[in-house]
Design a protein around this ligand. Structure first.
Ligand code: UT7
Length: 330
C-alpha cells in the first residue's frame, strides 16, 4: 500500500529513540570462544562489536528504554500513546506479549499493545501495521518498537551465526496527521510487505512452544540468505519507488536492516544509491534483527543526518522469508 492521492491522512514520525545494553562483546573476545578472527568478521560482515543484555535485561526492558527515549524525543507523555506495536522474535515469555510489559512500564492502562513477529523485517511490518491503524482513524499515536535479545537464541558454539547477532532496541512515535496525498507529504508514503514460507529452513529457530517445547537456537544457511536478500530487497525498494513516483535520486537516506555491510552495499549499488546516502551502523551492534533499523535511524537522527522533510527508505529481510520496505518523509 499506498500513496493514495485521495487520502489526506498521514502517519508522521514525531520522534525516535534507542537503547543498547552496556555489555560489549568484541570480535577479539569472540576469538576466545569459537574458531574465528577479527579480520574474518570485519571483512565478511563489517561487524566489530555487539551488545549483550544482562540476565535481568529482557526484551521488554530494552524495548521500554527505547520507547521512553522516543517519547522524550517527541516531547510527548506516555499517556499520549494509544497503540504499542512491538516487533520481536525474542519475547520475554511465550505470552503475555512483550508490548504489554512495555505498556505497563510506561504506566499505561489504556489503548492497545501487541507483539508482531516477522523476524528481521519486524520493524517494517510494525511501521506498516501502525500506519494502517492511524490511517483508519481508530488510533492517534503509536509507538513502534523493535526490541531483541538474540544472544538468548544464538548457538554460541556455531561460528557461522554467533558472530553476527546482538541485542538492542529502537522505537519511533508515529502520529496521525494531515497531508495532501502527494509524495511531498510528510509521513509514511508507502509500505511494501512480502513473505514466502517455502524458505523456512534457510533461517529459523529449531524450537518453540508448539513443536519442541523448548526455546531453541537460531539456524541459518548464510550464503543462501545473502543471495536471496540482495535480490528481494532491491525488488521491494523499486516497488516503493514505483508506487510513489519517486526514485533513488529523490532519496536523502537509505536506512536498511543492519545485518551485513556487504549486503547493504550490494543492495545500494544495485539501486544506484550513492554510498554517502547509506546509513550503516552494523559495526557497532551487529544484527539486532527487528531493532536494527530504529537503532540506525536514531543514530542518523541524533548526528544530524536525518532532518525534517528528508526522504528516508527503510528495507529489511528476515526469517520466513519475510521482506519489505517503507518509504517515509521524515
Ligand atoms: O538478518 C537477515 C539474516 N541474516 C543475514 O542477512 C546473513 C546473511 N549471510 C551473511 O551475512 C554471510 O553469508 C555470512 C557472513 C554469514 C557468511 O559469509 P560468506 O561470505 O557467505 O561465507 P561462507 O558462509 O561462504 O563461508 C566461507 C568460509 C567457510 O569456510 P570454507 O567452507 O570456505 O572452508 C566457513 O566455514 O568461512 C567459514 N566461516 C568462518 N570463518 C571464520 C564461517 N563462519 C566463520 C567465522 N569465522 N565466524
Amino acid at each position: 500500500m499506498t500513496a493514495s492521492s485521495t487520502s489526506t491522512r498521514r502517519s508522521i514520525v514525531r520522534g525516535c529513540g534507542s537503547y543498547l545494553p552496556p555489555r560489549v562483546l568484541t570480535n577479539a573476545e569472540l576469538e576466545t570462544m569459537v574458531e574465528t578472527s577479527d579480520p574474518w568478521i570485519v571483512q565478511r560482515t563489517g561487524i566489530r562489536e555487539r551488545h549483550i543484555a544482562a540476565a535481568d535485561e529482557t526484551t521488554s526492558v530494552l524495548g521500554l528504554k527505547a520507547a521512553q527515549a522516543a517519547l522524550a524525543d517527541a516531547g510527548l507523555e506516555a499517556g499520549d500513546i494509544d497503540l504499542i506495536v512491538c516487533a520481536t522474535s525474542t519475547p520475554d515469555y511465550t505470552f503475555p506479549a512483550t508490548a504489554t510489559q512495555i505498556q505497563m512500564g510506561l504506566g499505561l492502562q489504556g489503548g492497545a499493545a501487541f507483539d508482531l513477529q516477522a523476524v528481521c523485517t519486524g520493524f517494517i511490518y510494525g511501521v506498516a501495521t501502525a500506519d494502517k491503524f492511524l490511517l483508519s482513524g481508530s488510533h492517534r499515536r503509536a509507538l513502534v518498537v523493535g526490541a531483541e535479545t538474540f544472544s538468548r537464541i544464538v548457538d554460541w558454539t556455531d561460528r557461522g551465526t554467533c558472530v553476527l547477532f546482538g541485542d538492542g532496541a529502537g522505537a519511533i512515535v508515529l502520529e496521525a496527521g494531515e497531508g495532501d496525498g502527494k509524495a511531498s507529504d510528510r509521513g509514511v508514503l508507502t509500505t511494501q510487505l512480502r513473505s514466502d514460507g517455502r524458505y523456512r529452513d534457510r533461517l529459523y529457530v529449531d524450537g518453540g512452544p508448539g513443536s519442541t517445547g523448548t526455546t531453541g537456537h537460531l539456524r541459518m544457511e548464510g550464503r543462501d540468505v545473502f543471495k536471496f536478500a540482495v535480490g528481494k530487497v532491491v525488488d521491494v525498494v523499486r516497488e516503493a519507488f514505483a508506487e510513489t513516483g519517486l526514485g533513488p535520486e529523490d532519496l536523502d537516506w537509505f536506512v536498511p536492516h543492519q545485518a551485513n555491510r556487504r549486503i547493504i552495499e550490494a543492495s545500494a549499488d544495485k539501486l544506484g544509491i550513492p554510498r554517502e546516502k547509506v546509513v550503516i551502523t552494523v559495526e557497532g551492534h551487529g544484527n539486532t534483527s527487528a531493532a536494527s533499523i530504529p537503532l540506525a535511524l536514531d543514530v542518523a537522527r541524533k548526528d544530524g543526518r536525518i532532518k525534517q522533510g528528508d526522504l528516508v527508505m527503510l528495507e529489511a529481510i528476515g526469517g520466513g522469508f519475510t521482506w519489505g520496505s517503507a518509504l517515509i518523509r521524515w
